[in-house]
Structure formats: structure tokens, C-alpha cells
Design a protein around this ligand. Structure first.
Ligand code: HAM
Length: 446
């Protein structure tokens, strides 16, 4: 015998595991709210003629560096990366648009009639600092309109579809914030103005944060996204893109606004909205809940975007595809579910079985299982608490279930192949042969 066997070490206390930071289980109590939101996404997508696409959770790392931009926050700091045993560099997708562009090129979807309208619901992963409404694993529902031309009507339609999704969830008062960040030709002009402004400003009085120092050379438009208080103050005097964009982009933006007016979708211009992903051009937008109208929201609830999107005409060529104008949006479903719950807009209706089976005695219990099975196969919804033996506790369970009828199955009934149907509201009851029970129940439940 070894020493270890003679003196076994005390067993280590079992580890209690937690879900990873920023990642959450969806417990049964919340499934109802999730179903409401997912059903709304499916319904609205069908109504607006979007067809579903599901892409892979893992993607080549390079896909996002090439599309979102190597200097975007998502690529620089927020990717969950892994190396396979075969040494492939993969990432858990941080968003859906680049994956859809990859799939569009890979599967030759440009052969399909244009524009192609696609929608998706799926998990995304970003290594963010978790806080209210910001998670490391979250779910997006997205709409993408790909191909055709760069008609501003498609931008308006995308905004419309996203707003309709929220409205169908009774989130009627929305704020659409909108901007145009120009095209390949005019954006460099704006970028230069921005850099000049920040360089001059910086040398005079207030200084920008360390991150913005870096952004100034790597990605100047992102200076406008900074949440640092000093940087927000400086931004107030920064030049705006609408004063620098070319005539074509101005006309395009005007077109988007006119379509939104026509559709009665209110919007506000946000001159400093640039969005964090590099693939955008011209229209960018974000959708918020109007807090004035959402009084159920705690004052401490942060003002977070329920959805965001924009035009991305240059994404396909960046990934090796042909020039393909496109526009899209994605909504964060955790944020929608949270808001619906906070505003008390989703309430699960308790599952009420049509009837409840009560057994008395061992023989009846044994036979009850196959009676329940027979009824369920016939599409009759039956509740039970076969694990409870006492009549009293089963009656209590039947009462709690709010079923209209009880089926009472005792020793006598089991021997005589009958069953009692009892109306729980009137107390009237009748014994029927087991062979007739489906027919009798159907008649009553009609
Ligand atoms: P995004 O603005 O990064 O855009 O994300 C869209 C929405 O996803 C946000 O408005 C928010 O509701 C939700 N979201 C983003 N990050 C988180 C997070 N860490 N935790 C919880 N919710 C989050 C995109 O991803 C683009 N792909 C949208 C798009 C589609 N543009 C064109 N087509």
C-alpha cells in the first residue's frame, strides 16, 4: 500500500463556478421576455422582407481588423481571440456585419436579386468593462440591405425597420440621432480639419486624454467618441462633418432626411456622431429611448443606444468583394429586454393547463402516467403533481394551476377502467370510461 492511500489528503472544497465576467445566463423567469423580443424581430423582419442568415460564431481574426479598422476600440482591445490546435487565429465575433459581408462574398450572394435584405439574431462577444447595459456576451438582432445602389431610400428603410421593431415592443417614443460622415473623397478633408483643430487646441489650453493623443494620429474621427470629461468639453467647439462633406454626400444626406420626414420618423442631427467602426460612410445613426416618455426608467439608468447602424459602401471591396453599396443596423437585445422589464411592458402569462390529473393510491399512480401521455398525444394540455401522494396537496396544486377541470383517478377507477371529470369551478363531476375520456374532454373543452 502507498503512503498516499494510508493517509488520503482531505478532499479539497468543491470549486463553485460562476459564469464568466460580463456574461449572463438567461433564467426561466426571463425566457418569456426574450421570446417576446425574438418573436418581434422575426415578425418585423418578415413584414419588411428580410430573410434570415446565421453566420458562424468564430471568424478569422483578420476579418475584423480589415473591416472594423485595426485602430477601432473593438479590434484593439475588445476581441476574444483564440488559436486552434492547427494554429488558426480565430475570434468570437464582436459584431455581425463583417461576418455577413464575408458570407455574402463567400457564397456568391451577389447573384441573388438586389438589394438583398438579410436579418440575424445571435450572440456577439466584446471584451468590455461590464456595466449597466454593457456586457461581454450580448445578443444582437441586425438588418442589412446589401447591393442595389446607394439610394438614400434604403438608409431610411433601415431606420424605419429598426424603429418599427422597437414600436412593436411598445417602445414608441424613440430618438433617432443621425449624422453623415462623408465618403472617401470628402472624409479626408474633414479629418484634416479635425486634426488641425485638436492640435491647435491642445497646445493652447486644455489637453486631451492619452487615448485621444493616440487617436489623433491613428483614427482622428474617434476623438469625437471619447467619454473623458475634458475631451467632451473640447469637442464642443470641434468642426462638424456636415460643413466639410462633398455635394454628393450632402445631397445623399438630404435625401435620407426627406424620406424620414415622409415616413414621419422624428430625428435629431448629432453632428459628432461618428460610430466606433471604421467601415461606415455617409449615414450613421443611433436609436435611443426618449427618457421623457419612459418614466418607469430609474434616473440612474444610463442613456444607452438601443440600436445603431449606418451605410457601409466600402466594406465588400475591403474584404475582396466587388463594390456593393449597403446599409444596416443592429439592436442590442439585452438592452431591449431590460428596458421592457423596467417599464413593465412584458408580463409572462402563467401557464394554465386545461385540466389537472389527481391520483389516489399506487395502482392509480402507475396507470396515470400513460393516461397523461395519451391526453398529451391527443393535444390536451394536462397538469399533474404525480410526485405528491396526498390528496390534499394534489388538490392544492390543481387549484394553484388554475385548471378548469380535474381528472380524479383512484383505486376504484383504476380497477373499473374509469375516471372522474370534475369541474373545479362548479364542483359538478361525472365518472366516464377511460375509453371515452378523450371524447368527453374534447366536448367539454370546446
Ligand atoms: P454597434 O453600435 O456596435 O453596431 O452595436 C449595435 C447595438 O448592439 C448597440 O446599439 C447596443 O444596443 C448593442 N451593443 C453593442 N455593444 C454591446 C455590449 N457590449 N453589451 C450590450 N449591448 C451591446 C454594430 O455592431 C454594427 N454591426 C451595427 C450595424 C449593422 N451596422 C450596419 N449594420
Amino acid at each position: 500500500m502507498t503512503a498516499a492511500k494510508n493517509n488520503p489528503k482531505p478532499a479539497a472544497a468543491p470549486t463553485s463556478f460562476q459564469s464568466p465576467k460580463g456574461m449572463h445566463d438567461v433564467l426561466p423567469a426571463d425566457q418569456y421576455a426574450w421570446d417576446v423580443v425574438r418573436d418581434a424581430v422575426r415578425r418585423i423582419s418578415e413584414q419588411y422582407h428580410f430573410t434570415r442568415i446565421d453566420t458562424t460564431l468564430l471568424e478569422p481574426e483578420q476579418l475584423f481588423a480589415q473591416s472594423l479598422g485595426a485602430s477601432s476600440d473593438v479590434v484593439e482591445r475588445q476581441m476574444f481571440t483564440l488559436r486552434t490546435r492547427g494554429d488558426d487565429a480565430l475570434v468570437l465575433r464582436p459584431e455581425g456585419t463583417a461576418s455577413i459581408a464575408r458570407a455574402y462574398i463567400q457564397h456568391g450572394l451577389s447573384q441573388l436579386p438586389k438589394p438583398l435584405r438579410l436579418y440575424y439574431i445571435g450572440s456577439m462577444f466584446r471584451y468590455e468593462q461590464p456595466q449597466a447595459g454593457r456586457f461581454r456576451q450580448f445578443t444582437q438582432a441586425g438588418f442589412e440591405v446589401i447591393g442595389g445602389d446607394d439610394d438614400p431610400m434604403y438608409d431610411a428603410q433601415t431606420i424605419l425597420t429598426t424603429c418599427r421593431l422597437m414600436e412593436s415592443l411598445k417602445l414608441a417614443k424613440l430618438i433617432v440621432k443621425l449624422n453623415s460622415i462623408g465618403c472617401k473623397t470628402c472624409r479626408p478633408v474633414y479629418r484634416k480639419k479635425l486634426v488641425d483643430f485638436y492640435k491647435n487646441r491642445n497646445s493652447k489650453s486644455s489637453t486631451i486624454c492619452k487615448d485621444c493623443e493616440r487617436r489623433l494620429t491613428a483614427n482622428p474621427l474617434r476623438l469625437l467618441d471619447c467619454k473623458n470629461e475634458a475631451c467632451i468639453e473640447i469637442k464642443k467647439n470641434a468642426p462638424i462633418s456636415l460643413n466639410s462633406i462633398c455635394a454628393y454626400c450632402k445631397a445623399h444626406f438630404k435625401g435620407v432626411l426627406e424620406y424620414l420626414d415622409e415616413l414621419n420618423i422624428p430625428y435629431v442631427l448629432d453632428h459628432y456622431l461618428v460610430r466606433g467602426l471604421d467601415y461606415y460612410n455617409r449615414t450613421v445613426f443611433e436609436i435611443f429611448l426618449d427618457r421623457e416618455d419612459a418614466r418607469g426608467l430609474a434616473a440612474s439608468t444610463p442613456d444607452i443606444a438601443l440600436a445603431g447602424g449606418g451605410r457601409y459602401d466600402y466594406l465588400m471591396p475591403l474584404l475582396g468583394g466587388r463594390d456593393t453599396p449597403a446599409v444596416g443596423a443592429a439592436a442590442g437585445l439585452e438592452r431591449l429586454v431590460d428596458v421592457l422589464k423596467m417599464l413593465d411592458l412584458v408580463r409572462p402569462s402563467p401557464l394554465t393547463p386545461q385540466l389537472f390529473l389527481i391520483h389516489i393510491g399506487d395502482l392509480a399512480k402507475k396507470k396515470s402516467l400513460s393516461i397523461i401521455e395519451l391526453l398529451r398525444r391527443e393535444g390536451i394540455d394536462v397538469g399533474e403533481s404525480l410526485g405528491k401522494e396526498s390528496l390534499k396537496s394534489q388538490l392544492r396544486a390543481a387549484d394553484k394551476s388554475r385548471a378548469h377541470y380535474a381528472l380524479i383517478f383512484g383505486q376504484k377507477e383504476a380497477l373499473e377502467e374509469g375516471i372522474i371529470i370534475r369541474d373545479l369551478q362548479t364542483g359538478a363531476q361525472e365518472t366516464v370510461p377511460l375509453t371515452h375520456v378523450v371524447h368527453e374532454l374534447r366536448r367539454r373543452l370546446k
